[in-house]
Design a protein around this ligand. Structure first.
Ligand code: FES
Length: 512
């Protein structure tokens, strides 16, 4: 086998190098203090923090734990969240930019403390973080960000070189950041919280929240988890109640290759300022360095072949890093909010028993830990210094709103165009492991032919709010461009906000 070829299957290195415990589905109605929906870094860290305070926690996940964005991250623990601080100072003020930085720094410290307390062997390593550019157009942006760093007393330098040997014109370095194996870390948090009586259930989908005296999470099977507080840690909140998250966030996919190089890894975590995005770090794999090359971000469900994003990363690795083998590929999805700050806290003023955490803009290791910390404080102490900054009910007038108008125009376009387009072709020429879109009785229909030549046919109308899903060839999934729901080729939900499968259609109908 040619080792430089991109692997045919998408497999996260983190999931592949760890065995996680299995939990049975919830099969009865129960009572608990805090019900958590979503088993990623937010849900599990909140379960850990709350159960340490003797609060009875029950966590459910629609799939398996750590199989969403957290299981597919690049796992940088850093307050360097792209170019953000200059923008925060300009659009808000220095106090709020400082508060955002403080929250990220405290999250970094908390992760480090937890690792020390439980002696977690999770490849934790201090690394400097670098934003670089090789484009004249971005030199001023890096300079402005550096000025913001100095105003915020961030330990940093602006220079023209960095340890990684690729062409650069300017480099902004933030010192003393870190990286780890996120699942090894979170496995300990699961075990520790279970020791404190937390309960975990997998393959248990939340579909609604009902209110009597207390809120109850209602599952697809009709069981209820009655609790004092509900934490929605489902990436995109599964519960909206007129909060319009679908109009306030957009989903982007990003791709990662795990490669080996003929060169040793020089240390450091890198991301460029321009597009296409390139993000680079390494991790230990046996005795070797596995280089994680990420990027190629784009809005979810754009209908192009997603495999070409992996190829672009492969080409980048070959050109710059003397690639010896391409060992892993995987992708992840993340959400960006109206003003780029996460939404963390009560879903709305009148529903303060339901807390959400979403919109981490690809910086989920720190922002997810920030969210778990804030929500735990809001539950235990009824207070957090960060409540106002991250409250989901805020409205910041921000220039990015124009971008959102564009995003929502795209959403509308996908709702309309998806219904009108006419791609009734290729069915006869469909090769194994390919998909196409056709029409049955005028209804837009997705057809995937698997490797055994069996056809899987679904109605392409997303069950969330009715946009039209598009084929993602890299992950063999149907992805919704509007709010990022993803469905397997047989139509089952992989990622919300949708919680209902795509309608399956009998392949025999294709011939009528
Ligand atoms: Fe909202 Fe598809 S995810 S319409």
């Amino acid at each position: 086998m040619d080792k430089s070829q991109i692997p045919s299957e998408s497999t996260s290195f983190w999931r592949d190098t760890l065995s996680l415990p299995k939990f049975r589905p919830l099969d009865t109605s129960i009572k608990t203090d805090v019900g958590i929906v979503g088993g990623g870094i937010v849900g599990i860290t909140a379960a850990y923090l709350l159960s340490k305070q003797n609060i009875k926690v029950t966590l459910i996940d629609a799939d398996e734990l750590l199989n969403g964005t957290t299981g597919h991250t690049t796992a940088k623990i850093t307050a360097q969240h792209g170019l953000i601080y200059d923008e925060l100072i300009r659009h808000m003020d220095i106090e709020n930019a400082g508060l955002y930085l403080k929250a990220a720094d405290e999250a970094k410290q908390l992760i480090e403390e937890i690792i020390k307390t439980h002696h977690i062997d999770c490849n934790y390593k201090k690394e400097d973080a670098f934003i670089y550019t090789n484009s004249d157009k971005w030199l001023d942006n890096l300079e402005n960000e550096y000025n913001a760093y100095r105003q915020l007393n961030i330990n940093s330098t602006l220079s023209e070189t960095m340890p990684l040997d690729i062409p650069v014109k300017s480099v902004l370095q933030m010192k003393d950041q870190a990286q780890f194996h996120p699942l090894k870390y979170l496995l300990t948090l699961i075990e520790e919280s279970c020791n404190q009586d937390a309960a975990y259930y997998e393959h248990t989908t939340a579909i609604d929240i009902e209110y009597n005296k207390y809120p109850s999470i209602v599952t697809k099977e009709g069981h209820r988890i009655t609790c004092k507080y509900v934490i929605c840690a489902t990436h995109f909140p599964f519960y909206d109640r007129d909060s319009y998250y679908f109009a306030r966030m957009y989903a982007e996919r990003a791709y990662v290759l795990g490669i080996q190089s003929r060169k040793p890894y020089p240390g450091g975590m890198y991301i460029n300022a321009e597009t296409p995005t390139r993000s680079i770090r390494s991790t230990k794999w046996g005795g070797s360095d596995l280089w994680l090359i990420g990027g190629e971000n784009h809005k979810t469900g754009q209908g192009k072949s997603t495999l070409h994003h992996y190829k672009a990363l492969q080409q980048f690795a070959e050109q710059n890093f003397e690639m010896k083998s391409c060992d892993y590929r995987w992708s992840a999805q993340d959400l960006t909010t109206l003003d780029k700050l996460p939404y963390i806290g009560p879903i709305k003023k009148s529903e303060d028993a339901v807390l959400v955490a979403t919109g981490f803009r690809k910086w989920g290791m720190t922002n997810g830990t920030v969210a778990a910390k804030i929500i735990s404080s809001q539950i235990v102490e009824q207070h957090s210094d960060y409540t106002a900054l991250f409250t989901p009910t805020r409205f910041q007038a921000d220039p990015s709103i124009r971008k959102f108008a564009q995003t929502n125009m795209d959403v509308a376009k996908h709702m309309i165009q998806g219904k009108l387009d006419n791609t009734e072709n290729q069915l006869n020429q469909l090769a194994p492991d390919q998909a196409t879109v056709t029409r049955i009785n005028g209804n837009r229909t997705g057809v995937y032919k698997d490797k055994e030549n069996q056809l899987h046919v679904v109605d392409t109308t997303c069950t969330h709010l009715g946009c039209e899903v598009e084929w993602n060839s890299g992950e063999r999934s149907w992805d919704c461009p509007c709010h990022g729901s993803r469905f397997s080729y047989t139509g089952e939900v992989i990622e919300g906000p949708a919680n209902k499968s795509l309608k399956q259609i009998d392949p025999a109908k294709l011939n009528k």
